[in-house]
Design a protein around this ligand. Structure first.
Ligand SMILES: Nc1ncnc2c1ncn2[C@@H]1O[C@H](COP(=O)(O)OP(=O)(O)OP(=O)(O)O)[C@@H](O)[C@H]1O
Ligand SMILES: [Mg+2]
Length: 263
């Protein structure tokens, strides 16, 4: 099974780190998967800050020869390789693929967070088996996200789908159909901007751990369920709306992804 998944976009602040870490948390805690989360934002990493990891050894050391097991830490039920904000030696980010390949069999999923910087994105896409694009539903962000799609296509790394994050004002933003028409890529999750994310940041905890009933947590759990081929958790409302899967594009797309897991 192809299990190295990268979350990418060319624009900063759209939610790559958030989605990478929440998906890692959901796969580990809701679906019992062995997960390694890797911060491959080489120049401006922040997974360590998100998860309150203050360890000295990081991905940068591993890229310069430190054994990988020395830079792996545990947080909230999954393993994490943080990166360094203060590393002074040069690193070759293209060694990432080789490093992770050795650890692939130890995990069900290796999730990579990436930088919005072109140069740093390429080695991440080279290391990934599949990528998920992260965008917000506005013209500026979607246009730059399509640049990330171009890089993945150039490198022949399959794009599994788009996650639309930070939906703020649907009246003034692209809807999912428009995003799919522009990108020709299926949307797999739609996530509203939610103030509870501030609490998750403050408490240095994934929101999927902090509040499993939050709409963001529910959508992430549904997305993660499709990745690992598990059924989507349904609520009593779903039973009354049997056509919800057909009506909601993201649910329908997740069903395709889920089915592909068994192919
Ligand atoms: N759905 C959301 N609702 C509210 N806040 C969010 C949401 N998604 C992400 N955020 C917040 O937006 C900020 C940026 O998110 P994040 O760090 O994940 O973006 P990024 O794409 O990784 O940025 P960078 O390119 O700089 O690494 C964070 O403060 C995060 O908590
Ligand atoms: Mg980030």
């Amino acid at each position: 099974m192809s299990n190295i998944l990268a979350f990418v976009s060319i624009k900063g602040g759209v939610g790559k780190t958030t989605l990478a870490l929440e998906t890692a948390s959901s796969l580990a805690n809701q679906y019992d998967k062995r997960v390694l989360l890797v911060d491959a934002n080489f120049s401006a990493p922040n997974i360590g800050l998100y998860l309150d990891l203050t360890n000295d050894l990081t991905l940068h050391d591993a890229l310069n020869g430190t054994m990988l097991h020395n830079v792996i830490y545990e947080a909230h039920g999954f393993d994490v390789i943080p990166a360094s904000m203060n590393y002074h030696e040069d690193v070759d980010p293209y060694k990432l693929a080789q490093l992770l390949e050795k650890y692939k069999s130890r995990y069900d999923y290796i999730i990579i967070d990436s930088s919005p910087n072109y140069k740093e994105l390429r080695p991440v896409i080279a290391a990934a088996d599949k990528v998920f694009l992260v965008t917000s539903p506005d013209n500026v962000t979607l246009t730059t996200t399509m640049k990330a799609a171009e890089v993945a296509r150039e490198q022949e790394t399959p794009i599994e789908g788009i996650i639309v994050n930070k939906i703020r004002s649907p009246k003034h933003e692209f809807n999912l159909k428009e995003i799919e028409t522009i990108s020709e890529i299926p949307v797999l999750a739609k996530i509203k901007e939610h103030k509870k994310m501030a609490q998750a940041l403050f408490e240095k905890s994934p929101i999927t751990v902090l509040d499993s009933n939050n709409p963001i947590s529910k959508e992430i759990n549904s997305f993660a369920s499709a990745i690992c081929g598990s059924p989507e958790k349904t609520t009593w409302i779903d039973k009354f709306i049997p056509l919800k899967d057909v009506v909601q594009r993201e649910r329908m797309n997740r069903n395709y992804l889920r089915e592909r897991f068994y192919e």
